[in-house]
Ligand binder design. Structure first.
Ligand SMILES: [Zn+2]
Length: 219
């Protein structure tokens, strides 16, 4: 796992998890391209392939943390946030995670980091699940490890206000463990509705507690 810390001001961006060192497909494709173009004496393609393969393997970070003007608590919580994305990457695979990254790159802007939602674009559902999971783990860490309740449930992003509150509370109350939530993050889960439903099915003894927390927000 390659982690970069950047002492820069990137507005509201606290970090990112592009998982570049783990992009096996890109590495294999650029590596294969290099071998084939070398064998065919296509020097310029060979050169480009080698540069791309090297950039992905050597230069790209898995996780990026923006450190300027951050307190120790913020850095600690954001690190867990980005590690949550990394764990989502391992469960849905790089192809599906690529859809999430592509959605964020094409729909996010300075005002709305994750777009405005409701577009039905491929990757939007993974974004909803990944960010809700990451913000909930962040809240869990702030509450259980750093003993700070003030930041609970805060989020200006369009789709996960109530879902973050529900999942955060289920984690903080220890109704669900982080590992139990992680085990439900399979490739078919592309909305928070389906994640919560999946958790009820997988852990039937916890279904009533999950539904009770959801009903507080009419979900
Ligand atoms: Zn995030």
């Amino acid at each position: 796992m390659k982690l970069w810390c950047m002492n820069a001001n990137l507005g509201t961006v606290g970090g990112g998890a592009p998982m570049m060192k783990h992009l096996i497909t890109s590495r294999v494709l650029s590596g294969s391209g290099a071998v084939l173009s070398y064998l065919a004496s296509l020097n310029w393609i060979f050169g480009i392939s080698v540069v791309i393969a090297a950039a992905i393997n050597v230069m790209g970070p898995d996780i990026l943390l923006v450190t300027r003007n951050k307190t120790y608590e913020d850095l600690y919580a954001v690190t867990f946030h980005e590690l949550s994305h990394a764990s989502h990457f391992t469960s849905i695979g790089e192809w599906n995670y690529g859809k999430l990254i592509w959605y964020e790159m094409t729909h996010g802007n300075n005002e709305h980091l994750y777009g405005v939602g409701g577009t039905g674009t491929e990757g939007e559902g993974y974004c909803e699940v990944s960010e809700t999971y990451a913000f909930s783990i962040e809240n869990y860490v702030r509450s259980r490890v750093l003993d700070n309740q003030e930041r609970m449930g805060q989020s200006s992003h369009y789709f996960f206000g109530d879902y973050v509150k529900v999942l955060s509370q289920l984690l903080i109350d220890r109704t669900l463990s982080p590992n139990e939530v992680f085990s439900c993050l399979t490739p078919d889960i592309q909305s928070m509705d389906s994640l919560l439903e999946g958790l009820c099915i997988r852990y039937p003894s916890k279904a009533s507690a999950i539904e009770s927390e959801m009903s507080k927000y009419a979900l």
